[in-house]
Every structure is written in structure tokens, then in C-alpha cells.
Design a protein around this ligand. Structure first.
Ligand code: HEC
Ligand code: HEC
Length: 337
């Protein structure tokens, strides 16, 4: 048995290995071309009579566990990911005419999930161990969301996000203007998780639950992180960015999906990335915030023309990061000035 499964494992790896090479792709291309010639006219011919319902095509029996509510099964985890980032931005689908919009967008970091829980969902024990609070942003939470999400049923998570499930929540009318990190008596409200029942529709919350349950990644599959000290004075170091990824395939993904907007080597381009007033190349970004790059590429950069980029598989994401980790191929912006 063991021998069999090992052989199978290697077979799968071999298949993907070939997929990345040119020859297998060309063969696939031919097969596809033949299929188009034969199948498309046939489809057009019968097209009017045969109603193809994409919703019933997969025959997957509904997916998820039998316990999952229907709202969860049909939710959209990619939309949920964009909400986790910056739900009130243009283009996310959030209703900007609702009463909460002004309050939320005026004090964004007090409402964005990512500010309190981190892009890596590890709160103040992960990559945000050094993200100190300011007058305009609260403390990063000590909750390990990644661990918590694995332990809770979808329904329970929904209620936790919507109403707190017993934990206290900050109301929309809380005064955030007095928040001062130097004076701990002022920070309790700002650090508290907001009451999202005042802000989100149920459908929007289900999208976030879907994101948390189905899209989260154990970030140690993408890189290693070492932390030292404690929040907010800790430090973090990334190594093995892209792990055992294939940099050559990462270069192809970058050339096909990113170079048009960010330049061939990630410096400048049509849409230079500016972070705290400093231009940051895509390579520098990947080396300093690999977890955030994963999120932006997978779920898009809300409020900009960068939508979800369709780099969905773990192996493609590793390949992309592996390529971007190379500072000769993708230099820092100041290295070329
Ligand atoms: C201002 C900071 C802040 C924001 C913004 C915030 N949270 Fe939280 N969150 C917390 C804190 C603090 C806790 C731990 C205490 C608690 O459960 O209320 C928490 C707890 C949680 C928990 C329960 C974890 C546990 O161990 O009980 C979940 C799930 C969660 N947050 C998800 C989210 C999501 C999703 C968003 C965005 C829609 C979000 N949070 C936005 C601060 C925040
Ligand atoms: C259609 C154009 C477009 C494409 C394609 C695109 N981006 Fe972007 N990207 C943008 C824009 C616009 C921004 C926002 C720049 C800003 O204002 O800081 C951005 C921002 C980013 C950021 C920074 C996010 C932040 O927090 O500031 C990263 C990292 C990034 N892109 C990486 C990539 C990668 C990697 C790819 C390919 C997989 C890619 N982008 C594809 C347009 C694009």
C-alpha cells in the first residue's frame, strides 16, 4: 500500500512537472484546437435546445461537509478575501450609500480585518509583530485566527463575526478620535472588534466565512518566518521565500500576469507601488511582505485596477514568490536609480 501511494505521488508530481515544460503544453494546445473545431459548431447547432446550467454541472453533491449551511456552500471566498482586506473600497460590491460608509471609510484601519488580524491571520505573533499602533490604527490583536478558524464550524464563525457570539463588540458610534497609543486608557474601544452586524449583509459575512474556511493558507507553505521579541517591538525575518517553487515558471507567470502593469523586472511600470510614500518594487515587496503579496495576487488590491489575478494553485504561488525572491532579476526600486 505504502509503495503504491508513493508511486502515485511521484506520478502526479511528474505530470505537473511536464505541464510546466513546453512540449506537453503544446500537445494540450493541439488537443484543445481540435476540440474547438469539432465541438464548438456542434454546440452552436444544438445550443438553442440544450440549456446548460453551470450550477448543476459539477455533480459534486454540493461540496463541503453535510453540516454546512446552504448560505456557506454558495458563498464567494474570493469576494470574502477582498472584504478581509478593505471591504469599503470601490469595486468590492460593498454598498457605499449605506449609513455606515462614512464612519468606516474615515477610520479604515479600525475596521479592516487585516489590520487587527494580519495578512497571515497570526495577529501580533506573526508578520505584524512590529506593526505598532498609531492615532489612526489600533493594536494588532493577540488572537491566532488561523488556528481559531480551523476549530469552529461555519455557523459559529458567522455569528462570531456578525454579533460577537458573546464577546463584546464596538458599536459604530464609538468615538475613535481620542485614540492615543501613548495613553492606554484611551485604546480599549479602538482595539475592540467592531460590531459588523451594523455594517455587513448576511451574504457578505458568509463570503468572509467562506474565505476564512476555504481559502486560508498555512503560510509556512510559502516561506519560513522567524520572530524575535514581543509585539509591538518584535522583529520578523523571512527565509525560504517560495520554498521549493520553480523560479522559471514563476518568471513566466510574472511575465504573463504582472509585467504589463508593473514592468518587466517589477520596478516602475505603469502602476508603481508606493508604500508610505516610498516606491517599492514588486521584488522588494515580495521579500518584505510575502504574505501580503499572496493576498493581493489571489484576491486583488481593492480600490485599484488590480483584480484577483487567477494565480490560484499553491504551486503557482510558490513559483511566483520563488522568482520574486531573486533580487538580481527583480531588484529593489532604489537599486536601479
Ligand atoms: C479593531 C480590531 C479588529 C478588527 C477590525 C477585526 N477584529 Fe476580529 N477580533 C479582534 C479582537 C481583539 C478579537 C478577540 C476578542 C474577541 O473575540 O472579540 C477578535 C476576534 C475575532 C474572531 C474570534 C476569534 C476567537 O478566538 O474568538 C474572529 C473569527 C474574528 N475576530 C474575525 C474578524 C473578521 C473576519 C474581521 C473583519 C470583518 C475582524 N475580525 C475585524 C479585533 C478585531
Ligand atoms: C491591470 C494592472 C495590474 C496587474 C495585471 C497587476 N497589478 Fe499589481 N497593482 C496594480 C495597481 C494599480 C496597484 C496599486 C498601486 C498603488 O497605488 O500602490 C497594484 C498593487 C500591487 C501590489 C502592492 C499592493 C499594496 O498593498 O500596495 C503588489 C504586491 C502587486 N500589485 C503585485 C502584483 C503581481 C505579483 C501581479 C501579477 C500576478 C500584479 N500585481 C498584477 C495593477 C496591476
Amino acid at each position: 500500500m505504502l509503495h503504491n501511494s508513493l508511486t502515485f505521488g511521484r506520478g502526479v508530481a511528474g505530470f505537473y512537472g511536464k505541464m510546466k515544460g513546453g512540449s506537453r503544453m503544446k500537445t494540450l494546445g493541439k488537443v484543445l484546437a481540435v476540440w474547438l473545431v469539432l465541438a464548438v459548431p456542434a454546440t452552436l447547432f444544438v445550443g438553442c435546445n440544450v440549456a446548460v446550467d453551470p450550477g448543476t454541472g459539477g455533480g459534486d453533491g454540493g461540496g463541503g461537509t453535510p453540516m454546512d449551511p446552504a448560505e456557506f456552500t454558495s458563498a464567494d471566498g474570493l469576494k470574502g478575501g477582498a472584504f478581509y482586506d478593505k471591504f469599503y473600497a470601490d469595486g468590492t460590491g460593498f454598498d457605499q450609500t449605506q449609513a455606515s460608509f462614512e464612519t468606516v471609510s474615515a477610520a479604515g484601519d479600525f475596521f479592516r480585518c487585516k489590520q487587527c488580524h494580519g495578512w497571515d491571520h497570526l495577529g501580533n505573533m506573526g508578520a505584524y509583530i512590529n506593526r505598532a499602533p498609531k492615532a489612526t490604527r489600533p493594536n494588532v490583536s493577540g488572537v491566532n485566527l488561523a488556528e481559531h478558524v480551523g476549530e469552529e464550524e461555519a455557523q459559529e464563525l458567522f455569528e462570531t463575526i456578525k454579533t460577537g457570539h458573546g464577546a463584546p463588540r464596538r458599536m459604530l458610534d464609538a468615538d475613535l478620535s481620542t485614540y492615543d497609543p501613548e495613553d492606554p486608557t484611551t485604546t480599549a474601544d479602538g482595539d475592540m472588534m467592531p460590531d459588523f452586524s451594523e455594517i455587513f449583509s448576511d451574504e457578505e459575512i458568509w463570503n468572509i466565512v467562506k474565505y476564512l474556511k476555504d481559502e486560508l493558507l498555512d503560510t509556512t507553505q510559502l516561506y519560513d518566518i522567524t520572530t524575535d521579541g514581543t509585539y509591538p517591538d518584535g522583529t520578523r525575518t523571512f527565509s525560504n521565500i517560495g520554498k521549493d517553487g520553480d523560479a522559471a515558471n514563476g518568471d513566466s507567470i510574472y511575465a504573463a500576469k504582472c509585467a504589463g502593469c508593473h514592468g518587466a523586472d517589477g520596478v516602475g511600470g505603469s502602476f508603481p507601488v508606493v508604500d508610505d510614500g516610498v516606491e517599492l518594487s514588486i521584488g522588494a515587496f515580495a521579500r518584505d511582505k510575502p504574505y501580503e503579496l499572496w493576498h493581493k495576487v489571489k484576491f486583488g488590491n481593492p480600490g485599484s485596477v488590480m483584480t484577483a489575478q487567477g494565480v490560484d494553485s499553491l504551486s503557482d504561488m510558490k513559483d511566483l514568490l520563488k522568482a520574486l525572491a531573486d533580487s538580481d532579476a527583480y531588484p529593489d526600486a532604489d537599486a536601479v536609480q
